[in-house]
Design a protein around this ligand. Sequence first.
Ligand code: ZN
Length: 217
Amino acid sequence: MMPRVTHNLPDDVLLAYSAGQLSLAFDLVVASHVSLSDDSRARLEAFDAVGGMILDEVEPIALGDDSFAATMALIQGAAPEDCATTPPRPKGVFPDPLRQMVGGDLDSVAWRPIGMGARQAILHSDKGGSVRLLYIPTGVAMPTHSHHGNEMTLVLQGAYRDEFDEFHRGDVELADQDLDHTPVAFGDEDCICLAATDDRLKFSSLLPRLAQPFLRI
Ligand code: ZN
């Protein structure tokens, strides 16, 4: 039995994903999270159903008096969690969308060292943002940083905590300009995360700042 995911994506992010408004970097994190979280998947399926219905309504047809009731029935009908289709549980560490992007599981990743035993692999980068895998040995802290833009981090293995909360497999953390944090990996396993960013991180100490252009972070 998989532990329940406790940090899910908010509705506005799932709606943007459903409407195809996210860049590839964030798309990959959302798709990977959704295949690990029953809660986010159920809400996404409801949004997908509503989105499909709105597209149907674009046809110039006269709306009957019962169209509002029908719309609400559709939304409510699409929402129950037990109606959500459950994708097959991944055998390895990576959920399906990530496995497809990487072309395999952990052993297919071309890691590059980033110091203190941590490693990263940049999977994709374009104007809309970049997405990378991060491998952080348990007990190791990432340099304290803030953010110039948005950061979306999904835990795939192990766990990390920052000043505010802790995150386990399937959990996702959203960070922006207002959040300053020092993520630390903890627990029995080394921590592996999938992280999307749409701008550079803001490091408070000199060494990470110097390394920043080389790490493209
Ligand atoms: Zn951060």
